[in-house]
Design a protein around this ligand. Structure first.
Ligand SMILES: NC(=O)c1ccc[n+]([C@@H]2O[C@H](COP(=O)([O-])OP(=O)(O)OC[C@H]3O[C@@H](n4cnc5c(N)ncnc54)[C@H](O)[C@@H]3O)[C@@H](O)[C@H]2O)c1
Length: 355
């Protein structure tokens, strides 16, 4: 079987992760890099692949079977449209678009062309998340009562030298980080019904929020809270505890995600499952067992899954619709923060339909 030829569009922080990943993933290899930034040409030379400054030239060169889109959010939809119209499947970074209207336009193109779209919510490919998903689906904790997600990770000030990361329509930890938490909550517990949120920019005083807290209800069972800051110090963030990205972040031994169901509790990333014996309650000791976890690099697993999607052997684990729904939840949290009211997700879906 020949390797799929994959081009990476956008060779910044995550684009370089995808480029490195392609040197390890089975069944795919890097064929081109597209990025107008001069350093991208050197990077392409080092990898001995073609370099283009823009997507049109890549499409014209017919040098790829698949494309990873890792450029800034506000470029996603225009690039995705061009590539999908050429019949080339995409792995599209999150958030899939920079507005709900753009998201709806993307969905239309994806549907019209029928060309596969996998969205880069990579955590779903993490072995820890796969083990948690299996346990939750098997009823290990019963119906959800409460989920608590914590995320404190101090980003350096120069992280915000990149303009789009200071732009409220594109940057901020809600769109950059919390969207992964939202995706995981939906993955485990189903669709979100309402959100109530608040945001603060007091720590950095940038145009984007640095801290947010949100209460979510689900269409099925349970409540969840997310407390997230990129200006507060602490090890309790998935990035800093899961060991998912050893090249970028140290690994601290702490739990960050706590799920309480009617018959058990599960924490991550340590995969501790807490249960009572028959008839147990808070006056009885809980028993803890560690769930088994597989091995493997999350980004390689994501890329190899992308290969299977391109070959028609698998459906995307994270669909275009997932990417759009996750954006809707972020938009609802922002609207709730502005209005002080709970926002039903059905409001956002209705508006996107009309747009
Ligand atoms: N899945 C994840 O965990 C994860 C992590 C980081 C970033 N992201 C997402 O990936 C995207 C990029 O983020 P980043 O932090 O790597 O950004 P970045 O600013 O580090 O890199 C973006 C790159 O895209 C290039 N670029 C700009 N316009 C372009 C265009 N029209 N065509 C091709 N290249 C273009 C820039 O020159 C730059 O090199 C964003 O959507 C972000 O939300 C996802």
């Amino acid at each position: 079987m020949d390797d799929l030829k994959v081009a990476v569009i956008g060779a910044g922080v995550i684009g370089r992760t995808h480029i490195d990943t392609l040197t390890h993933a089975r069944g795919l290899s890097l064929s081109a890099i597209v990025d107008p930034f001069p350093a991208a040409r050197d990077l392409a030379e080092r990898h001995q692949v073609a370099h283009f400054a823009e997507t049109e030239a890549l499409v014209a060169a017919k040098l790829c079977d698949a494309v990873v889109i890792a450029s800034p959010n506000d470029t996603h939809v225009a690039i995705a449209k061009r590539v999908l119209d050429a019949g080339i499947p995409i792995l599209l970074e999150k958030p899939v678009a920079s507005s709900l209207a753009d998201g709806a336009a993307l969905a239309t193109v994806a549907e019209r062309t029928g060309v596969p779209v996998l969205v880069g919510h990579h955590r779903r490919h993490n072995p820890i998340i796969k083990a948690a998903k299996r346990a939750i689906d098997d009823g290990a904790i019963g119906p959800l009562v409460m989920a608590t997600v914590t995320c404190a990770m101090l980003k350096p000030m120069d992280y915000f030298d990149v303009a789009w990361r200071r732009d409220p329509d594109q940057g901020g930890p809600l769109l950059i980080n919390a969207i992964h938490e939202i995706d995981l909550l939906r993955h485990f517990f189903g669709e979100i019904a309402t959100v109530q949120g608040t945001m603060s920019a007091a720590a950095r005083e940038l145009p984007v929020e640095d801290t947010t807290a949100a209460i979510l209800t689900f269409e099925r069972d349970g409540l969840a809270t997310i407390a997230l800051s990129d200006a507060g110090v602490g090890p309790w963030a998935w990035e800093l505890t899961s060991g998912e990205n050893p090249g970028r972040f140290p690994k601290h031994d702490h739990i960050t995600h706590l799920y309480s169901g009617r018959s058990g509790g599960l924490s991550l990333p340590d995969l501790s499952l807490w249960t009572y014996g028959p008839g147990g309650n808070w006056t009885h000791p809980l028993t803890m067992e560690r769930l088994e976890v597989g091995e493997g690099d999350t980004y390689i697993a994501q890329m190899e899954h992308f290969g299977a999607v391109v070959r028609g052997e698998a459906d995307p684990l994270v669909t275009c619709e997932d990417g759009i729904r996750n954006m809707h939840v972020v938009a609802a949290i922002k609207r709730s923060a502005e209005t002080g009211r709970a926002v039903p997700l059905s409001d956002l879906a209705a508006e996107a339909d009309v747009a």
